[in-house]
Design a protein around this ligand. Structure first.
Ligand code: THU
Length: 152
């Protein structure tokens, strides 16, 4: 009984944490600069120290310099001294669509995550809203990944 109670509190906290991440990803999506694709993405990265670092996609007239929301969040976090991460929430969809997609990180962003995260523990949350989302591990998105342990 006591264990059930503790378990349910833990689950609720996790749920609340996920919702908080999604809220911040949705807010970050408002900042997206995507005049070419009109596909707006926001990400919120939960760091081990409890901080949440957000990012949006930033496009460019020359196209290739564009950056995804997830990498914006990772690069902001790493450049502020953080290298230990627990989860990322991603919210994406066309600017004019009423319903967001369940959009997953692109291959390049998955590889950037592989550099800093334990693939079996790092969680990727793709969300349409605070209550409509899916959670998976990085290992599920990037099986047999190539990471620092292969080289160092
Ligand atoms: N995009 C992201 O920000 N994250 C992803 O995981 C997929 C794609 C951006 C890149 C580009 O600005 C737009 O979405 C359309 O591809």
């Amino acid at each position: 009984m006591k264990e059930d109670f503790v378990q349910s509190i833990q689950n609720r906290l996790e749920e609340e944490e996920i919702r908080r991440l999604i809220r911040q990803a949705l807010a970050a999506r408002e900042k997206a600069y995507a005049p070419y694709s009109r596909y707006l993405v926001g990400a919120a990265l939960l760091c081990r120290d409890g901080e949440i670092v957000t990012g949006c996609n930033i496009e460019n007239a020359a196209y290739t310099p564009s950056n995804c929301a997830e990498r914006t969040a990772f690069f902001r976090a790493v450049s502020s001294g953080r290298r230990d991460f627990r989860a990322i929430a991603v919210t994406g969809g066309k600017a004019d669509s009423v319903r967001l997609d369940l959009s997953y990180p692109c291959g390049v962003c998955r590889q950037v995550m592989e550099e800093f995260c334990d693939p079996d523990r790092f969680l990727v949350i793709t969300a349409r809203s605070e209550t409509d989302y899916l959670v998976c591990t990085l290992a599920e998105l990037l099986p047999h990944g190539f990471g620092p342990s292969n080289v160092l």
